[in-house]
Design a protein around this ligand. Sequence first.
Ligand SMILES: Nc1nc2c(ncn2[C@@H]2O[C@H](COP(=O)(O)OP(=O)(O)O)[C@@H](O)[C@H]2O)c(=O)[nH]1
Ligand SMILES: [Mg+2]
Length: 492
Amino acid sequence: MGFFSKIKRLWSGGKEEPVATIPAETPEQQAEQAPSQEPEQPASQPVAPAEPVAQAPEQPETPVAAEPKPAQVEQPAEQVAAPAAAASAGEDKPQWQKDLTVALRSAEPRLSVWLEHVLKGVEKADDSLWERLRFFFSALDAPADEAEKFISAFMRWLDNMEYEYVNDFRSELQYRLALALELEDEEDERSRLFLKLSEGLSKTKEQITKQIDGLLSSHSTINEQFWEELEEILIMADVGFEPTVKLVNRLRERVRKSGSNDPEQFKSLMREELEDIFKMPPRIKAVNLPEVVLMVGVNGVGKTTTIAKLAYRAQMQGKKVLIAAGDTFRAAAIEQLQVWATRVGAGFYAKAPNSDPAAVAYEAVELAVKEGYDILFVDTAGRLQTKVDLMAELQKIRNVLGKKHEGAPHRTILTIDATTGQNALSQTKIFNEACKLDEIILTKLDGTAKGGIVVAVAMEFGIPISYIGLGEKMEDLRPFNGTDFASALLGS
Ligand SMILES: Nc1nc2c(ncn2[C@@H]2O[C@H](COP(=O)(O)OP(=O)(O)O)[C@@H](O)[C@H]2O)c(=O)[nH]1
Ligand SMILES: [Mg+2]
């Protein structure tokens, strides 16, 4: 990954000519660089469960083949010979490579622009796509085995998702390249996310921004009536009563300090206030591996799919990922997780339905230590008979994890569903009392009018919101950025 960090430094510095990262010629050494003949054994092979995991073939959520097709896994190793040979032949490079080199070198150095050139004339996921992607990696001076790993993982994903046309997977490809090339912070990728965020928040914006705009245009000065109307707007947008009162008080203070009662200034003051609310103190992120992540939350909020998305991100960043099925309540929950583990190419550990979740956690962490995994995600159930049972079970899981591996769980993440509005606040309170939360992930912000809950959660608990879910695809889980969120919420 050192290579990619190098690109990132060159790129993000902005001082250096980023075009320099595309060498004039395909590097000679590429011909010598033996591509990995065996594409990484996908960790997706289910780790033999201590007790058999029941298979339910009619389960509707299991549409994909459990194993990657051998033909596909072999493909990249054969194909890599083509561009490598062409590169060493210098002048005999095929015309498309010459054209692509020129296009990339003269293009604006942004991932989306480069990708446009790479995908030019390619309609489907076929050999020409893989050759062009390989060429793109080599043009960035990336080691051939990194390219092969990327391509074979992407092939597997396309196969699992049954995508064929570039238009269906272009956005996903860009997201994966951004992760693999460590370019997620790049302006280009951020603006793509910002668009997505604005679109996802459009209903919430309708509730907040439009109303606030109306409020501003109907007042020539910020007076008591203004504050009362603002309170109403915020409560209607699911910020909640207490958080609204607190927020309005903070805004009053900010307006007072600014010395201006002009409604024109109000939006930017409110944006600053929200940015402050979302700002969290820095944390030590380093852990002794494997990092253990415990996912908690009530049923249906999106825990399992969020684990899949996080596992996928970790996988794309070169980590060895294990997922443990701590929701042993239903066989279907175990199978759903297994399907996801296979899709993202992560290891999987499960026991039979109704096994003790703490035993699953204990054995999974043991396996993660023994087999050198970098990160372990433990899924949990959110539907026990009583709240007391659920919290006792989570406590027990936490205890056994800590006993087996010092400091585990390193991150306890609560997933909450933004569409449940105020309910999300009471869930956070209960879970935080039972197992001290390190992070919150808010899912289903797409299409809800209740996005104001994000403000309430940030204000009430001071627990960092690490990611937000803006849809069901892998690329729809993105790091939460308070500045962008405040801007997306309030509009320009
Ligand atoms: N629209 C949308 N749906 C989501 C999001 N996150 C999860 N879901 C969906 O929510 C449903 C429940 O998810 P699941 O992971 O099974 O929830 P769990 O019971 O907490 O494990 C699934 O249909 C997911 O696809 C999101 O950010 N946006
Ligand atoms: Mg689940």
